[in-house]
Design a protein around this ligand. Structure first.
Ligand SMILES: *Cc1c(COP(=O)(O)O)cnc(C)c1O
Length: 380
Protein backbone atom coordinates (compact mmCIF):
# COMPACT_ATOMS: atom_id res chain seq x y z
CA UNK A 1 0.00 0.00 0.00
CA UNK A 2 1.22 3.51 -0.83
CA UNK A 3 2.45 5.37 2.26
CA UNK A 4 -0.01 8.23 1.97
CA UNK A 5 -2.90 5.72 1.82
CA UNK A 6 -1.40 3.87 4.76
CA UNK A 7 -1.09 7.05 6.85
CA UNK A 8 -4.74 7.92 6.43
CA UNK A 9 -5.89 4.45 7.45
CA UNK A 10 -3.47 4.29 10.39
CA UNK A 11 -4.55 7.64 11.79
CA UNK A 12 -8.27 7.11 11.31
CA UNK A 13 -8.85 4.72 14.18
CA UNK A 14 -12.51 5.07 14.98
CA UNK A 15 -14.15 5.46 18.34
CA UNK A 16 -16.13 2.24 18.82
CA UNK A 17 -18.97 3.82 20.76
CA UNK A 18 -19.73 6.88 18.64
CA UNK A 19 -18.18 5.98 15.30
CA UNK A 20 -16.23 9.29 15.35
CA UNK A 21 -13.60 8.91 12.66
CA UNK A 22 -10.90 10.74 14.59
CA UNK A 23 -9.08 8.97 17.39
CA UNK A 24 -10.51 10.11 20.74
CA UNK A 25 -8.20 12.06 23.07
CA UNK A 26 -8.13 9.82 26.14
CA UNK A 27 -7.30 12.35 28.82
CA UNK A 28 -7.04 9.94 31.68
CA UNK A 29 -4.01 9.18 33.78
CA UNK A 30 -5.62 6.07 35.24
CA UNK A 31 -7.93 3.32 33.97
CA UNK A 32 -10.52 1.36 35.91
CA UNK A 33 -9.79 -2.33 36.46
CA UNK A 34 -12.91 -4.49 36.44
CA UNK A 35 -11.35 -7.63 37.78
CA UNK A 36 -9.47 -7.83 41.08
CA UNK A 37 -7.04 -10.42 39.70
CA UNK A 38 -6.84 -9.60 36.01
CA UNK A 39 -6.01 -6.11 34.82
CA UNK A 40 -6.88 -4.61 31.46
CA UNK A 41 -4.49 -3.41 28.73
CA UNK A 42 -4.22 0.08 30.24
CA UNK A 43 -3.66 0.95 33.88
CA UNK A 44 -1.68 4.20 34.05
CA UNK A 45 -0.92 6.54 31.13
CA UNK A 46 2.84 6.62 31.60
CA UNK A 47 2.80 2.87 30.95
CA UNK A 48 0.30 3.04 28.11
CA UNK A 49 -2.50 5.21 26.79
CA UNK A 50 -5.03 4.39 24.02
CA UNK A 51 -4.44 7.63 22.07
CA UNK A 52 -0.67 7.30 22.32
CA UNK A 53 -0.99 3.67 21.23
CA UNK A 54 -2.62 4.75 17.94
CA UNK A 55 0.17 7.27 17.37
CA UNK A 56 2.89 4.78 18.24
CA UNK A 57 1.44 2.21 15.87
CA UNK A 58 1.09 4.76 13.06
CA UNK A 59 4.69 5.94 13.36
CA UNK A 60 5.98 2.36 13.64
CA UNK A 61 4.15 1.15 10.55
CA UNK A 62 5.26 4.15 8.50
CA UNK A 63 8.85 3.11 9.19
CA UNK A 64 7.95 -0.52 8.38
CA UNK A 65 8.56 -1.27 12.03
CA UNK A 66 6.56 -3.32 14.49
CA UNK A 67 7.20 -1.40 17.69
CA UNK A 68 6.84 2.35 18.07
CA UNK A 69 7.31 4.65 21.06
CA UNK A 70 6.38 8.31 21.39
CA UNK A 71 8.16 10.83 23.58
CA UNK A 72 7.72 14.42 24.70
CA UNK A 73 10.54 15.65 22.40
CA UNK A 74 13.04 14.32 19.90
CA UNK A 75 15.77 14.62 22.53
CA UNK A 76 13.62 12.62 24.97
CA UNK A 77 13.36 9.86 22.33
CA UNK A 78 17.09 9.92 21.57
CA UNK A 79 18.23 10.03 25.18
CA UNK A 80 15.73 7.33 26.19
CA UNK A 81 17.06 5.01 23.48
CA UNK A 82 20.62 5.78 24.58
CA UNK A 83 19.66 4.98 28.18
CA UNK A 84 19.23 1.36 27.12
CA UNK A 85 23.06 1.26 27.11
CA UNK A 86 25.12 0.76 30.27
CA UNK A 87 28.20 2.03 32.00
CA UNK A 88 31.31 0.97 30.08
CA UNK A 89 29.53 0.69 26.72
CA UNK A 90 31.00 2.60 23.81
CA UNK A 91 29.20 4.03 20.76
CA UNK A 92 30.53 5.32 17.46
CA UNK A 93 28.65 8.52 16.66
CA UNK A 94 28.41 10.55 13.49
CA UNK A 95 30.61 13.61 13.81
CA UNK A 96 27.86 15.70 12.19
CA UNK A 97 25.19 14.74 14.68
CA UNK A 98 22.42 17.14 15.81
CA UNK A 99 23.72 19.57 18.47
CA UNK A 100 21.37 18.29 21.18
CA UNK A 101 22.54 14.72 20.59
CA UNK A 102 26.17 15.90 20.72
CA UNK A 103 25.40 17.52 24.10
CA UNK A 104 23.78 14.37 25.49
CA UNK A 105 26.83 12.28 24.53
CA UNK A 106 29.43 14.78 25.72
CA UNK A 107 27.79 16.24 28.84
CA UNK A 108 25.25 13.70 30.12
CA UNK A 109 25.98 10.09 29.09
CA UNK A 110 29.72 10.53 29.71
CA UNK A 111 28.91 11.18 33.40
CA UNK A 112 27.31 7.74 33.53
CA UNK A 113 30.27 6.05 31.87
CA UNK A 114 28.72 5.64 28.40
CA UNK A 115 31.58 6.41 26.04
CA UNK A 116 31.62 7.67 22.48
CA UNK A 117 33.92 8.39 19.55
CA UNK A 118 32.85 10.91 16.92
CA UNK A 119 33.64 9.75 13.40
CA UNK A 120 32.94 11.00 9.90
CA UNK A 121 30.76 8.04 8.90
CA UNK A 122 31.50 8.68 5.22
CA UNK A 123 35.01 7.37 5.88
CA UNK A 124 34.40 3.64 6.36
CA UNK A 125 38.02 2.91 7.32
CA UNK A 126 37.72 5.42 10.14
CA UNK A 127 34.53 3.71 11.28
CA UNK A 128 36.18 0.29 11.42
CA UNK A 129 39.25 1.76 13.13
CA UNK A 130 37.06 3.28 15.86
CA UNK A 131 35.58 -0.07 16.91
CA UNK A 132 36.72 -1.10 20.41
CA UNK A 133 36.09 -4.28 22.39
CA UNK A 134 33.31 -2.46 24.31
CA UNK A 135 31.67 -0.85 21.24
CA UNK A 136 27.96 -1.62 21.16
CA UNK A 137 26.44 0.56 18.45
CA UNK A 138 26.90 3.03 15.61
CA UNK A 139 24.76 6.15 15.66
CA UNK A 140 23.87 7.54 12.21
CA UNK A 141 22.16 10.76 11.17
CA UNK A 142 21.69 11.28 7.45
CA UNK A 143 21.59 13.67 5.70
CA UNK A 144 23.47 15.72 8.26
CA UNK A 145 22.63 19.16 9.51
CA UNK A 146 23.25 21.77 8.10
CA UNK A 147 25.43 20.74 5.11
CA UNK A 148 23.35 17.68 4.17
CA UNK A 149 26.28 15.26 4.06
CA UNK A 150 25.03 11.75 3.33
CA UNK A 151 26.02 8.58 5.16
CA UNK A 152 25.79 5.33 3.22
CA UNK A 153 23.37 3.52 5.54
CA UNK A 154 23.86 0.08 3.95
CA UNK A 155 27.65 0.33 4.24
CA UNK A 156 27.47 1.25 7.93
CA UNK A 157 24.99 -1.55 8.61
CA UNK A 158 27.35 -4.01 6.92
CA UNK A 159 30.25 -2.96 9.17
CA UNK A 160 28.01 -3.05 12.22
CA UNK A 161 26.66 -6.53 11.48
CA UNK A 162 30.18 -7.88 10.84
CA UNK A 163 31.15 -6.69 14.35
CA UNK A 164 27.90 -7.55 16.10
CA UNK A 165 27.02 -3.90 16.70
CA UNK A 166 23.60 -2.26 16.68
CA UNK A 167 22.80 0.65 14.39
CA UNK A 168 20.63 3.59 15.38
CA UNK A 169 19.55 6.16 12.78
CA UNK A 170 18.09 9.62 13.30
CA UNK A 171 15.68 9.83 10.34
CA UNK A 172 14.31 13.30 11.15
CA UNK A 173 15.58 15.03 8.00
CA UNK A 174 14.07 12.51 5.57
CA UNK A 175 10.95 11.30 7.38
CA UNK A 176 9.72 7.74 6.72
CA UNK A 177 8.02 8.99 3.58
CA UNK A 178 11.40 9.48 1.88
CA UNK A 179 13.69 7.02 3.67
CA UNK A 180 13.13 3.85 5.71
CA UNK A 181 16.31 2.92 7.58
CA UNK A 182 14.81 -0.28 9.06
CA UNK A 183 14.42 -1.62 5.50
CA UNK A 184 18.15 -0.97 5.02
CA UNK A 185 19.03 -3.06 8.07
CA UNK A 186 19.14 -0.41 10.79
CA UNK A 187 18.01 -1.68 14.22
CA UNK A 188 16.46 1.44 15.77
CA UNK A 189 15.12 4.58 14.11
CA UNK A 190 14.69 7.78 16.10
CA UNK A 191 12.90 11.00 15.15
CA UNK A 192 12.32 14.50 16.21
CA UNK A 193 8.61 14.32 15.36
CA UNK A 194 8.62 18.05 16.06
CA UNK A 195 9.78 18.43 12.46
CA UNK A 196 8.32 16.69 9.37
CA UNK A 197 6.21 14.05 11.13
CA UNK A 198 3.97 16.60 12.83
CA UNK A 199 4.74 19.16 10.11
CA UNK A 200 3.11 22.33 11.45
CA UNK A 201 5.66 23.73 13.93
CA UNK A 202 3.04 23.46 16.68
CA UNK A 203 4.24 20.65 18.97
CA UNK A 204 7.41 19.05 20.30
CA UNK A 205 7.50 15.27 19.95
CA UNK A 206 9.88 12.37 19.49
CA UNK A 207 9.68 8.77 18.30
CA UNK A 208 11.67 5.54 18.41
CA UNK A 209 10.90 2.53 16.23
CA UNK A 210 12.31 -1.00 15.98
CA UNK A 211 11.46 -4.41 14.57
CA UNK A 212 13.36 -6.37 17.17
CA UNK A 213 11.19 -7.59 20.07
CA UNK A 214 14.11 -7.75 22.51
CA UNK A 215 15.16 -4.17 21.70
CA UNK A 216 11.51 -3.11 21.90
CA UNK A 217 11.34 -4.54 25.44
CA UNK A 218 14.41 -2.56 26.48
CA UNK A 219 13.11 0.64 24.90
CA UNK A 220 9.69 0.19 26.49
CA UNK A 221 11.27 -0.46 29.87
CA UNK A 222 13.13 2.87 29.73
CA UNK A 223 10.13 4.73 28.30
CA UNK A 224 8.03 3.58 31.24
CA UNK A 225 10.80 3.82 33.85
CA UNK A 226 12.08 7.27 32.90
CA UNK A 227 8.69 8.52 31.74
CA UNK A 228 9.45 11.01 28.96
CA UNK A 229 6.22 10.07 27.15
CA UNK A 230 4.28 12.20 24.69
CA UNK A 231 1.20 13.86 26.18
CA UNK A 232 -2.19 12.81 24.88
CA UNK A 233 -3.21 16.16 23.36
CA UNK A 234 0.11 16.45 21.56
CA UNK A 235 -0.28 12.88 20.33
CA UNK A 236 -3.58 13.93 18.79
CA UNK A 237 -1.90 16.89 17.07
CA UNK A 238 0.80 14.55 15.80
CA UNK A 239 -1.90 12.24 14.40
CA UNK A 240 -3.53 15.23 12.75
CA UNK A 241 -0.27 16.51 11.29
CA UNK A 242 1.03 13.18 10.08
CA UNK A 243 -2.07 12.57 7.92
CA UNK A 244 -0.61 14.94 5.31
CA UNK A 245 3.00 13.72 5.56
CA UNK A 246 2.99 12.31 2.02
CA UNK A 247 1.55 15.36 0.30
CA UNK A 248 3.73 17.71 2.32
CA UNK A 249 6.94 15.77 1.64
CA UNK A 250 6.13 15.39 -2.06
CA UNK A 251 5.53 19.14 -2.45
CA UNK A 252 8.37 20.35 -0.23
CA UNK A 253 11.00 18.01 -1.66
CA UNK A 254 10.02 18.77 -5.24
CA UNK A 255 10.20 22.51 -4.47
CA UNK A 256 13.56 22.01 -2.71
CA UNK A 257 15.01 20.46 -5.87
CA UNK A 258 13.65 23.29 -8.02
CA UNK A 259 15.04 25.91 -5.63
CA UNK A 260 18.42 24.18 -5.23
CA UNK A 261 18.79 23.94 -9.02
CA UNK A 262 17.91 27.62 -9.35
CA UNK A 263 20.30 28.66 -6.56
CA UNK A 264 23.14 26.82 -8.31
CA UNK A 265 22.77 29.24 -11.23
CA UNK A 266 22.94 32.40 -9.12
CA UNK A 267 26.27 34.26 -9.16
CA UNK A 268 25.77 35.53 -5.57
CA UNK A 269 25.57 31.91 -4.34
CA UNK A 270 28.96 30.29 -3.91
CA UNK A 271 27.84 26.81 -2.84
CA UNK A 272 24.58 24.81 -2.69
CA UNK A 273 24.32 21.75 -0.43
CA UNK A 274 21.47 19.47 -1.49
CA UNK A 275 21.91 15.73 -2.03
CA UNK A 276 19.12 15.68 -4.62
CA UNK A 277 21.24 17.71 -7.05
CA UNK A 278 23.02 15.68 -9.72
CA UNK A 279 26.09 17.84 -9.09
CA UNK A 280 26.18 16.78 -5.41
CA UNK A 281 28.91 14.26 -4.51
CA UNK A 282 26.24 12.51 -2.40
CA UNK A 283 23.63 12.19 -5.18
CA UNK A 284 24.09 8.49 -5.96
CA UNK A 285 24.18 7.26 -2.38
CA UNK A 286 21.23 9.49 -1.49
CA UNK A 287 19.10 8.16 -4.36
CA UNK A 288 20.08 4.58 -3.53
CA UNK A 289 18.61 4.85 -0.03
CA UNK A 290 15.97 7.61 -0.20
CA UNK A 291 13.26 8.69 -2.65
CA UNK A 292 14.86 12.08 -3.26
CA UNK A 293 17.02 14.77 -1.66
CA UNK A 294 14.44 15.87 0.90
CA UNK A 295 13.05 19.26 1.79
CA UNK A 296 16.05 20.92 3.41
CA UNK A 297 18.97 22.56 1.62
CA UNK A 298 21.68 24.99 2.54
CA UNK A 299 23.54 27.56 0.50
CA UNK A 300 26.39 29.99 0.91
CA UNK A 301 26.17 33.66 0.01
CA UNK A 302 29.85 34.38 0.65
CA UNK A 303 29.90 36.21 3.97
CA UNK A 304 28.07 36.82 7.23
CA UNK A 305 27.09 40.26 6.00
CA UNK A 306 25.55 38.87 2.82
CA UNK A 307 23.69 36.27 4.88
CA UNK A 308 22.32 39.10 7.06
CA UNK A 309 21.20 41.08 4.01
CA UNK A 310 19.42 38.05 2.55
CA UNK A 311 17.77 37.03 5.83
CA UNK A 312 16.49 40.57 6.34
CA UNK A 313 15.26 40.90 2.76
CA UNK A 314 13.19 37.70 2.36
CA UNK A 315 9.44 38.17 2.73
CA UNK A 316 8.06 34.60 2.65
CA UNK A 317 10.26 32.32 4.81
CA UNK A 318 10.28 32.73 8.55
CA UNK A 319 13.72 33.53 9.95
CA UNK A 320 13.91 31.04 12.79
CA UNK A 321 15.35 27.79 14.04
CA UNK A 322 13.76 24.39 13.39
CA UNK A 323 12.56 22.86 10.15
CA UNK A 324 9.99 20.52 8.68
CA UNK A 325 6.92 22.76 8.87
CA UNK A 326 4.42 23.73 6.17
CA UNK A 327 6.00 27.20 6.27
CA UNK A 328 9.46 27.73 4.79
CA UNK A 329 12.08 28.45 7.43
CA UNK A 330 15.38 30.19 6.81
CA UNK A 331 17.99 29.84 9.51
CA UNK A 332 21.56 30.94 10.04
CA UNK A 333 23.42 27.92 11.51
CA UNK A 334 26.58 29.79 12.62
CA UNK A 335 24.52 31.84 15.11
CA UNK A 336 21.57 29.49 15.63
CA UNK A 337 21.74 25.66 15.61
CA UNK A 338 25.55 25.53 15.66
CA UNK A 339 26.33 28.63 17.73
CA UNK A 340 28.05 26.60 20.46
CA UNK A 341 30.72 25.33 18.04
CA UNK A 342 33.92 27.37 17.85
CA UNK A 343 34.75 28.95 14.47
CA UNK A 344 37.33 26.18 13.92
CA UNK A 345 34.78 23.45 14.75
CA UNK A 346 32.25 25.14 12.47
CA UNK A 347 34.77 25.24 9.64
CA UNK A 348 35.53 21.56 10.21
CA UNK A 349 31.83 20.77 9.69
CA UNK A 350 31.58 22.90 6.53
CA UNK A 351 29.66 25.64 8.35
CA UNK A 352 31.00 28.75 6.64
CA UNK A 353 30.10 32.34 7.65
CA UNK A 354 27.84 32.78 4.60
CA UNK A 355 25.84 29.58 5.10
CA UNK A 356 22.05 29.70 5.36
CA UNK A 357 19.79 26.68 5.83
CA UNK A 358 16.46 26.59 4.06
CA UNK A 359 13.67 24.23 5.12
CA UNK A 360 11.29 24.36 2.18
CA UNK A 361 7.60 24.54 3.07
CA UNK A 362 4.55 23.98 0.89
CA UNK A 363 4.28 27.49 -0.53
CA UNK A 364 4.37 27.82 -4.32
CA UNK A 365 7.99 27.28 -5.42
CA UNK A 366 7.72 30.08 -8.01
CA UNK A 367 6.81 32.52 -5.22
CA UNK A 368 9.72 31.28 -3.10
CA UNK A 369 12.15 31.70 -5.98
CA UNK A 370 10.84 35.20 -6.78
CA UNK A 371 11.33 36.11 -3.13
CA UNK A 372 14.86 34.71 -3.02
CA UNK A 373 15.61 36.50 -6.29
CA UNK A 374 14.65 39.92 -4.95
CA UNK A 375 16.54 39.21 -1.70
CA UNK A 376 19.70 38.05 -3.51
CA UNK A 377 19.53 41.18 -5.65
CA UNK A 378 20.12 43.25 -2.49
CA UNK A 379 23.57 41.68 -2.13
CA UNK A 380 25.97 44.05 -3.86
C1 LIG B 1 15.34 18.87 16.13
C2 LIG B 1 16.16 17.66 16.02
C3 LIG B 1 16.36 16.81 17.12
C4 LIG B 1 15.84 17.13 18.50
O1 LIG B 1 14.45 17.10 18.55
P1 LIG B 1 13.58 17.98 19.58
O2 LIG B 1 12.19 17.62 19.20
O3 LIG B 1 13.93 19.41 19.32
O4 LIG B 1 13.96 17.55 20.94
C5 LIG B 1 17.09 15.65 16.92
N1 LIG B 1 17.62 15.34 15.72
C6 LIG B 1 17.46 16.14 14.64
C7 LIG B 1 18.06 15.75 13.35
C8 LIG B 1 16.73 17.32 14.76
O5 LIG B 1 16.58 18.11 13.68
Amino acid sequence: MNDQTKIIKLTTVKDKESGAINTPIQLSSTFQQDDFDHFGEFDYSRSGNPTRKVGENAVAQLENGQYGFLYSTGMAAISSVLETFSQGDHLIVSKFVYGGTFRVFTEVLNRFGIEHTFVDLRDLDQVTAAIQPNTKAIYIETPSNPVLAVTDIRAIVEIAKAHDLLTIADNTFMSPYLQKPLDLGVDIVVHSATKFLSGHSDILAGAAITNDPALADKIYFIQNAVGATLGVSDTWLLLRGIKTLGVRMAQSSSSALTIASWLEQQPAVTRVCYPGLKSSPDYEIQLSQAKNGGAVLSFDVGSENNARILAEAVQIPEFSVSLGGVESILSYPPKMSHAELSPAEQADCGITPGLLRFSVGIEDPADLIADLEQALAQIK
